[in-house]
Design a protein around this ligand. Structure first.
Ligand SMILES: *Cc1c(COP(=O)(O)O)cnc(C)c1O
Length: 441
């Protein structure tokens, strides 16, 4: 990054005339210790406001905001106020766009900020969204609790069946939205086939009526899957998960065509879900450079653990796209591919514990959780995923404990279903602890 010259050439100030209180705010007026271009690690700049050398420069900065220049004509940015833009976010965004093979990336304060940001850009009152039947809980709530207030309707269908999508699309549809692998059962969508279908509808639609495919790629991370290459129009992430990787900061990002950058910047400026500079710096400094090491280890661990669970007598079934018996194994093999062309089926596993009936399965899941909480060194009862530690959850006795087993199943949540978000531990240790936990049922 090249930083504009930081201080005036010949300072008119005499430092010695000012009080210590003032010095504590300004430090030395002229410092030679400010040169970003030679830093090996980008500095955490963390400044909400930026000094403008002249009124004209201020005017220029406001004019340039959200007017992304054509490639090759970019100037050094004029920063004004963090909510409009600042260096840490901009540097992170360049890297995120690159890694997802997209033209541009705009970060947000959280994954939910990114989701509401792109949907605000693509929809308005009267429009419709077609979404997969199961989604991250807050995304479901956004679409079904908040959006009806703005007269935006969502139709949920099982998107693993292409014809369901075709049947749900109307002249008002503007967005086809899904996660792949989906939460929590790890359904895999056929992204290129969905693109062909959407293109069919788009051929006779005007620009403002076109349907856009938006994919939440949080579970896979760009290490395992790049949906833009597969045909998606936009990809988004919760940076809080695998990309951030250490569970220290929240963040989100939308990646897509450069044409949409200005609208995304406008939405971020006015709705206000701005990624903090410190969080941007953490993701840029620790998250992205270690992504391939962390996720490749998690994928290797997950494959071993899925194979162990599949053979276990206390386990009813295992959903992991890396298992040849998985319903979507063949699609996963085409879509989930790492940077070097190897199959990379992700770090999440969903498995169901046995029981004589649905209530017994729910109870067994609860018992496994409680035993793990007290006795398993390598299994942490917690939400989230993509962490250094393996995280385990039993939705039926945790997030959805109030629902009876039968109702849970009807809502697509198996009462005996446990979600494992695999971490970086030695796989034998995880297997040892899982064996211990399953022995209590
Ligand atoms: C966590 C998560 C989100 C939301 O991200 P936040 O950073 O928590 O706002 C969205 N989608 C998926 C699949 C997630 O796992």
């Amino acid at each position: 990054m090249t930083q504009e010259k930081n201080q005036p050439e010949n300072t008119p100030f005499d430092d010695s005339k000012y009080a210590m209180e003032t010095h504590l705010i300004y430090g030395k007026v002229v410092s030679t210790k400010w040169d970003y271009s030679h830093h090996v690690v980008a500095p955490l700049t963390s400044s909400v406001i930026f000094r403008l050398n002249s009124a004209e420069r201020g005017a220029e900065g406001f004019t340039e905001f959200a007017h992304t220049p054509a490639v090759g004509t970019e100037n050094a940015p004029i920063y004004i106020y963090d909510r409009l833009g600042e260096p840490n976010k901009d540097m992170l965004e360049e890297n995120l766009a690159y890694i997802e093979k997209g033209e541009t990336a705009v970060t947000f304060s959280t994954g939910m900020g990114a989701i509401s940001g792109i949907l605000a850009v693509l929809t308005k009152s009267g429009d419709e969204i077609v979404a997969h039947k199961s989604l991250y809980g807050c995304t479901y709530s956004l679409l079904n609790f908040w959006y009806p207030r703005y007269n935006i309707l969502t139709r949920h269908v099982d998107m693993t069946v292409l014809e369901n999508i075709r049947a749900a699309i109307t002249p008002r549809t503007r967005v086809v939205y899904f996660e792949s692998p989906s939460n929590p059962t790890l359904d895999i969508m056929d992204i290129p086939a969905i693109r062909v279908l959407v293109d069919e509808f788009n051929t006779d639609r005007s620009e403002s009526e076109k349907i856009h495919i938006v994919v939440d790629n949080t579970f896979a991370t760009p290490y395992c899957q790049r949906p833009l290459e597969l045909g998606a129009h936009f990809v988004l992430h919760s940076l809080t998960k695998g990309i951030g990787g250490f569970g220290t900061d929240m963040g989100g990002v939308v990646i897509g065509k450069k044409h949409y950058r200005d609208m995304l910047l406008m939405v971020r400026k006015d709705f206000g879900a701005v990624l903090g500079a410190k969080a941007a710096w953490t993701v840029m400094t620790y998250g992205l450079p270690t992504l391939h090491l962390r996720i490749s280890r998690q994928v290797a661990n997950a494959q071993k653990i899925a194979e162990f669970l599949e053979k276990h007598p206390k386990v009813e079934y295992v959903n992991y796209p890396g298992l040849p018996g998985h319903k979507f194994h063949e699609i996963a093999k085409r879509e989930m591919i790492d940077f070097n062309g190897n199959f990379a089926p992700g770090s999440l596993i969903f498995f169901v514990v046995k029981g004589k009936d649905l209530e017994a399965m729910k109870e067994n899941g609860r018992r496994v959780m409680n035993f793990a909480a007290d006795n398993a060194y390598t299994l942490t009862l917690a939400v989230s995923l993509g962490h250094t530690r393996t995280l385990v959850e039993h939705p039926a006795s945790m997030t959805h404990s109030a629902m009876p087993a039968r109702e849970l199943l009807d809502a697509g949540i198996h009462p005996g279903g446990i979600r494992l978000a695999i971490g970086l531990e030695h796989p034998d240790d995880l297997i040892m602890d899982l064996e211990k936990c399953l022995s209590v049922i």
